[in-house]
Design a binder for this molecule. Structure first.
Ligand code: PMP
Length: 417
């Protein structure tokens, strides 16, 4: 199918609404994506026609709900090339998925003095769970350096020599847009005997991810960033690893049998999903994956590369604008995802975002839940960020870049670096 952004936009009702009386220009898809009508309808249809609890009903609508929920796991497994849906655990979001790795595998396998290696470009959700666990178990946390918008691989290799037991890094930076070579990083970590977790919150929605090919042990992502509903996320884990782990939340559905003294666990993935599931979330996520596959994930990636090339080309020409991220040069724009952080010299990013809003443009400003990266590596209190998806148009980027001149005018910025 030919990629046609105008046709795609027809599926997204919110893109035809107003913001501050102007056409909404949504440039904050890294925070959350908009939802196509197909996903909205799938959730509505579930509530209108087959709402029932799953796994326990012998009546038709419960069977249908169970099928919808389980089929969505099969779709997720196929989408990221997991072995089977036994490897797909549903939880709330990427954050909860990472916490689940910390509270299961890491809690059950690490001991005092063991090391965990992260990088300086991590989102808080891939820092804080490890800090909490490190404090509790007296673990040693290290961070591979980030320089010129990318992970310094020499530093990464050097820190791997300290033989960390677990390495956890992001696939794509939500601030810098850099795409890490996760296959190579995983191979290096495995050579040193470490387990590998990858934060795929910013990759799975935008590019082909193949967990088998990458070879990682765990991989996390969120439905709400990939056209699906909020409140549901995925932890992929290798079958043989999950099989060995003890669950941390007990209750209905996660057991095979319960006696007054003891119980036995259900099979994967249900062992990790106690209580009533986010049924409509699973059904919505399944529909979102169907939608993405209908467009083609490679077509989405190609579209976003063109958007980044266009945006960087435009921003480079604007006086007084600093763009953060990898210094790749125009010929290597493929190393960047559709996330561009920038600052306007003399303007606070919050003022920038407020003035953008007055033009109907939604961008984000702040530390983007990556305070160590923004404050210590970029040396900025905050940055403004525009981020794209399959429904973003070049004209919208043009409008955003034009608005930079309005920012300068409103804030009376005259001199530039
Ligand atoms: N990691 C990265 C790289 C992210 O961009 C985000 C969301 N901004 C998260 C983790 C956390 O995702 P969620 O809020 O859905 O748990």
């Amino acid at each position: 199918m030919e990629f046609n952004v105008d046709e795609i936009r027809k599926d997204f009702p919110i893109l035809h609404t107003k913001n501050m009386g102007k056409d909404l220009i949504y440039l904050d898809s890294a925070a959350t994506s908009q939802k196509p009508i197909q996903v909205i309808n799938a959730i509505m249809e579930y509530y209108k026609t087959y709402n029932a609890n799953i796994h326990r009903g012998l009546y038709d609508i419960s069977v249908k709900a169970t099928e919808g929920y389980t089929n969505s796991k099969e779709k997720v497994a196929k989408f990221i090339n997991a072995q089977s849906y036994r490897e797909i655990l549903y939880c709330k979001n990427t954050t909860e998925a990472i916490n689940l790795v910390a509270l299961t595998w890491a809690e059950q396998n690490l001991k005092e003095g063991d090391g965990i290696l992260l990088t300086q470009m991590e989102h808080h959700s891939n820092i804080v769970p490890w800090q909490i666990l490190s404090k509790k178990k007296r673990l040693v946390l290290e961070y591979a350096k980030v320089e010129n918008g990318v992970i310094n691989m020499d530093d990464y290799k050097k820190k791997l020599e300290n033989a960390p037991k677990l390495v956890s890094f992001t696939h794509v930076s939500n601030v810098l847009g850099s795409i890490n070579n996760v296959k190579e990083m995983t191979k290096l970590a495995h050579t040193e005997g470490a387990m590998v977790h990858i934060d795929g919150a910013q990759s799975v929605p935008h590019m082909k991810v193949n967990v088998k090919d990458i070879g990682c042990d765990f991989f996390s992502f969120s439905s709400h960033k990939m056209l699906g509903p909020a409140g549901i996320g995925v932890l992929y884990g290798k079958d043989e690893i999950l099989e060995e782990l003890e669950p941390i939340i007990g209750g209905g559905d996660m057991i095979r049998s319960v006696d007054f003294e003891k119980c036995t666990w259900n099979e994967l993935p249900w062992k990790f999903e106690a209580g009533t599931s986010n049924i409509e979330g699973g059904i919505g996520l399944g529909k979102a994956i169907e939608y993405i596959e209908g467009i083609g994930i490679d077509n989405i990636r190609k579209h976003e590369i063109e958007l980044v090339r266009h945006a960087i080309g435009k921003l480079e020409k604007v006086e007084g604008v600093a763009v953060y991220g990898p210094e790749l040069g125009k010929d290597k724009i493929e190393g960047r995802a559709g996330v561009i952080s920038f600052n306007i010299h003399g303007a606070h990013p919050h003022d920038v975002a407020t003035i953008f809003n007055s033009e109907g443009i939604a961008i984000r400003a702040g530390h983007h839940c990556a305070m160590p990266l923004v404050n210590k590596v970029l040396n900025e209190p905050a940055v403004a960020r525009m981020s794209f998806y399959l429904y973003t148009k070049k004209e919208e980027i043009d409008k955003a870049v034009d608005t930079i001149e309005k920012v300068k005018k409103v804030l009376r910025i005259k001199k530039h670096r």
